[in-house]
Ligand binder design. Structure first.
Ligand SMILES: Nc1ncnc2c1ncn2[C@@H]1O[C@H](COP(=O)(O)OP(=O)(O)OP(=O)(O)O)[C@@H](O)[C@H]1O
Length: 222
């Protein structure tokens, strides 16, 4: 597959498969084209050469980079997650309520569901974004730098949860990150984009010394 913006090529020959049930980190220096690749996978952009094949029945879920939610935000965690289930319609069916309960349980938010989301911790807020994505029952989840700007404990908690979903329900995961430690610890393989090439390898084979210098050391936020 080839892609570029205008006359500036980004990838000249990208050719890889993400197997069903795989857990992959997408890494590379700033501006190398990670977000663009995700937009191609999601079908927002089309390759200029070659094709992208999506398995029949593919259902994509997307968790954005963490954005804070104002402390005055009036919804509870439960209502916030429910926004992804055609809004705050009060007459949800029993099946919809069950789906919501199941997702809150999966993301370990059951006990906190009646708390105002504006007053929840950063980790709980990000779990609520994850829960929103899971509510559409995806079988392929893309996490777009979803752990950036979270503290170390919260990052690892979120990634443990993602790995659990991958292991228990066979959810395919693509995790964009600048954090090599997290990639190594919580994903099975990595897709490294470099300006003129790429590499898809098991994370156990990751050679830290050969990773782009900007990614070292792993970013540490507060
Ligand atoms: N819509 C667009 N039109 C033109 N150029 C674009 C567009 N979107 C992105 N680019 C350029 O394509 C390149 C890749 O951008 P992209 O956002 O995919 O990189 P990235 O690897 O996700 O970067 P970062 O790690 O900083 O988020 C950059 O040089 C960017 O400026």
């Amino acid at each position: 597959m080839r892609f570029g913006f205008h006359d500036r090529p980004l990838y000249s020959d990208l050719n890889f498969t993400l197997a069903q049930g795989s857990l992959t980190s997408l890494i590379g220096a700033n501006g190398v084209g990670k977000t663009t690749l995700v937009r191609l996978i999601m079908g927002e952009l089309q390759p200029v050469g070659g094709t992208i094949t999506r398995m029949p029945g593919l259902r994509l879920g997307y968790v954005p980079q963490f954005r804070n939610i104002d402390s005055e935000y009036p919804l509870t965690i439960r209502s916030f997650v429910q926004l992804n289930q055609h809004g705050l319609w009060p007459w949800h069916t029993r099946a919809e309520k069950q789906a919501l309960d199941a997702v809150l349980k999966q993301t370990e938010l059951t006990e906190r569901q009646h708390q105002l989301i504006g007053q929840a911790s950063g980790g709980e807020k990000q779990k609520a974004y994850l829960a929103q994505a899971l509510l559409t029952a995806p079988n392929f989840l893309i996490l777009d730098e979803a752990t950036a700007s979270l503290d170390v404990n919260t990052k690892t908690e979120l990634m443990s949860l993602v790995r659990q979903l991958n292991r228990n329900s066979g959810l395919t995961v693509l995790f964009i990150t600048h954090d090599l430690q997290l990639a190594r610890e919580y994903t099975d393989q990595y897709l490294l984009l470099t300006p003129d090439d790429y590499e898809l390898k098991p994370t156990s084979a990751m050679d830290m010394a050969k990773m782009p210098p900007e990614l070292q050391p792993a970013e540490e936020v507060q």
